[in-house]
Design a protein around this ligand. Structure first.
Ligand SMILES: Nc1ncnc2c1ncn2[C@@H]1O[C@H](COP(=O)(O)OP(=O)(O)OP(=O)(O)O)[C@@H](O)[C@H]1O
Length: 247
């Protein structure tokens, strides 16, 4: 199990002489749904990009199963870790099944032909998220919540066991936020590992197995949701004073 953890070790990053991340030690792995909380500009997206090997840290390193991600073959990395983008409107009216099958690109090669096995993997992923009925639908006609689930299905079809998501609940109504969290929690229960950033501590508390907080580029706390989300942590995260919180 430990083999597949995605980790940051003493990671530091900066731009223009300004520190963005400092001494960040963090990891997640199979069976976990970890929410990364932090105010605007705290460094969440920067940390995700470093974990994904898209950005080289100035100090420290990111590893997958102990191997430096920056030196890993991208296809080998994609077989283990999927980045789930925020749902967006595709420029062309692909069917949902086709969008999901695109997740198979690491398996079929970017310009390879999609075979029956790929279509089957796409259908299995859609079924796992209980959206099989959307397979033939034009992706551009789906609601934001449905599109986000299609994006998760695409990551599942890719075969990766670790999912990394940047604000997956942005733009979703409360119902779709909770539904998405329910799916992610279920995936964690089945052995997937999920890391997501969010601006919704309450939802994070409901669904996460663990919560980590970033304050000014440093990990401020990391642990069980109820232990992390104290009034004191919320003050450091969002500048909230006890009187600001409805009693
Ligand atoms: N390429 C860059 N050049 C200069 N500054 C950058 C660059 N990328 C990020 N930053 C700065 O680094 C800080 C952290 O940005 P990051 O996007 O990681 O924060 P975040 O926690 O994801 O924020 P948000 O919740 O607002 O999306 C911000 O102050 C941002 O302006």
């Amino acid at each position: 199990m430990d083999e597949a953890r995605l980790a940051a070790h003493a990671v530091g990053f900066g731009r223009g002489g300004r520190a963005i991340l400092e001494g960040v030690d963090f990891s997640f792995g199979p069976g976990e749904l970890v929410s990364l909380l932090g105010g605007n500009g705290a460094g969440k997206t920067t940390l995700l990009r470093i974990l994904l090997g898209l950005l080289a840290p100035l100090r420290g390193e990111a590893t997958l199963g102990g191997a430096p991600v920056r030196r890993m073959n991208r296809r080998a990395f994609a077989e283990q870790v999927a980045y789930v983008p925020q749902a967006h409107v595709a420029p062309f009216p692909y069917r949902a099944r086709e969008i999901v099958a695109l997740g198979r690109a690491p398996a079929v090669g970017l310009f390879g032909r999609m075979g029956a096995r790929d279509a089957q993997a796409a259908d299995e992923a859609l079924a796992m998220l209980r959206i099989g009925h959307l397979a033939e639908r034009d992706y551009t006609t789906l609601s934001g919540g449905e599109r986000q689930l299609v994006m998760v299905a695409r990551a599942l079809a890719q075969g990766a066991r670790l999912l990394v998501m940047d604000e997956p609940m942005a733009g979703l109504d409360y119902g779709h936020q909770l539904r998405l969290l329910g799916h992610l929690r279920r995936l964690a229960g089945q052995g997937w590992g999920v890391l997501m950033t969010t601006h919704h501590p309450d939802q994070a508390r409901l669904a996460s197995t663990r919560i980590a907080t970033l304050v000014a580029g440093r990990i401020d706390s990391d642990g069980a949701p109820d232990a992390v989300l104290t009034p004191e942590t919320l003050r450091r995260l969002y500048g909230l004073e006890p009187g600001d919180i409805p009693a």
